[in-house]
Design a protein around this ligand. Structure first.
Ligand code: ADP
Length: 414
């Protein structure tokens, strides 16, 4: 049905040999059929390529019937250095050869490819397998078989973020169990003492105070852990209402000035400022950042709070003159369980979950939280929140979780 081209035959003498003409026609016919076949195959390849490129997973497709190999765009992003071997022949040997330098456990890969061969022969499912790549990257590989043994789809999925997150969570759980045991042991010890010994009222009071502060520590640990779990799995609901953020900031700073006599909080605002947000969650964020400013700065130092109420957004700045944050830690500060490994910081108890919780909440409101800091000079935390009530919580919650806790941190004063 398609016009391909024309062929002109020119004869120098009068043409009489019909047999020769028949033969020529026959040859032409075969040639044409091949040409059409080539076109069909080319179109078929383009279609396969388009389908593969539209997939989100990295794919290597072995077209067994036509002994062809296809890879998609995501595959080349995952393996920029991948080059198929010269001999892409049978036995899937090329898979091992081509991935030898890209996957660390070559023996395991070899065994897995053997399993795939068996699965392919018997059309049985082969479970996915995890592999490590250089530079501490992780990969999951599985194979899907086309009906009637027409082909094998190797599907690769990078799991580095997942694995690192699981490692951090595991690490946190061991830290958490240690942190839980310490206050529990101290509560148990002091209560035993109080039960079995007659103690002076002043000693009793001292022990009770220790038990109370240990209980508070336990409760804070558990609350932060559970809150972070809920927030990061998008199981939190947001109750939006219009309220005055200036009023909330004044209330919090006044209360902290009374509750902690060790630091001096000052506030600067331009008057009432209404925003639409979840007041409880915003209070939680502000309290967290203010408490950090107190925790990570020396006794008697000042903490400045300011509010800029603009038409489209509000900018809250909380600045301290404390220990500051080393430059190399800034990019990771909002990662879950991240704590600065510095003597001044480590003497303060913490979980490394406060800032990730703040980030989740602020981004769920369509806002941003950033930090400027310099070691020995102090830190400024900036919280930007839109004033507009048009933003869509669900959308922003989704976006914030997709961002996977990456946040631009900058140096103080830059
Ligand atoms: P936590 O305080 O429970 O350890 P956060 O997530 O609130 O956890 O903070 C993470 C880390 O960021 C802290 O361990 C601390 O090292 C650093 N940090 C947070 N706020 C400040 C601040 N105002 N000044 C200096 N360092 C800070």
């Amino acid at each position: 049905s398609k016009f391909i081209g024309t062929l002109t035959l020119q004869f120098h003498h009068r043409f009489t040999e019909t047999v020769a003409l028949q033969k020529t026609t026959h040859l032409l016919n075969i040639g044409l059929m091949r040409l059409l076949d080539d076109i069909r195959i080319k179109e078929h390849h383009q279609l396969i390529q388009r389908i593969l490129n539209g997939l989100r997973e990295a794919i290597l497709f072995v077209d067994v019937t036509n002994t062809n190999i296809f890879t998609n765009r995501v595959f080349h992003q995952l393996f920029p250095n991948w080059s198929p071997s010269e001999n892409q022949s049978e036995n899937l040997a090329f898979v091992i050869e081509a991935f030898e330098s890209l996957i660390l456990e070559t023996d395991a890969l070899y065994a897995y490819v053997e399993q795939i061969k068996v699965g392919f022969e018997h059309a049985s499912v082969v479970p996915a397998q995890d592999f490590s790549m250089p530079d501490d990257r992780h990969l999951r590989l599985y194979a899907e078989f086309l009906p009637e043994r027409q082909g094998i789809l190797f599907v690769f999925r990078e799991r580095t973020v997942e694995v690192n997150h699981a490692k951090k969570e595991q690490n946190f759980i061991s830290v958490l169990s240690h942190e839980l045991r310490t206050p529990l042991a101290s509560i148990e010890g002091f209560s035993e003492l109080m039960l079995h010994r007659s103690l002076s009222p002043s000693k009793q009071r001292k022990y009770l105070e220790t038990m109370r502060s240990e209980t508070q520590r336990l409760s804070q640990l558990l609350t932060e852990f559970l809150d972070y779990q809920r927030l990061s799995h998008q199981k939190e609901s947001y109750h939006l209402e219009s309220f005055c953020i200036e009023h909330m900031l004044i209330e919090l700073t006044e209360w902290l000035n009374v509750a902690t006599s060790t630091h001096h909080l000052q506030i600067q605002t331009n008057g009432p400022c209404l925003i639409t947000a979840d007041p409880e969650k915003i209070r939680r964020v502000l309290l967290n950042i203010l408490n950090n400013a107190i925790k990570y700065s020396p006794v008697d130092s000042n903490i400045q709070v300011s509010l800029a109420c603009c038409e489209a957004e509000v900018i809250i700045t909380i600045s301290d003159d404390g220990y500051g944050i080393p430059k190399q830690d800034l990019p990771y500060l909002f990662d879950p369980y991240y704590r600065v490994e510095h003597a001044d910081h480590l003497q303060v108890q913490g979980t490394g979950l406060g800032l990730p919780i703040c980030k989740e909440i602020i981004e769920a409101h369509g806002g941003r939280i950033t930090v400027h800091s310099e070691v020995g000079k102090g830190s400024d935390f900036f919280i930007r929140l839109p004033r507009d009530e048009e933003w869509n919580t669900t959308n922003n919650m989704y976006k914030s979780s997709m961002n996977n806790l990456q946040l631009g941190s900058e140096e103080r004063g830059s």
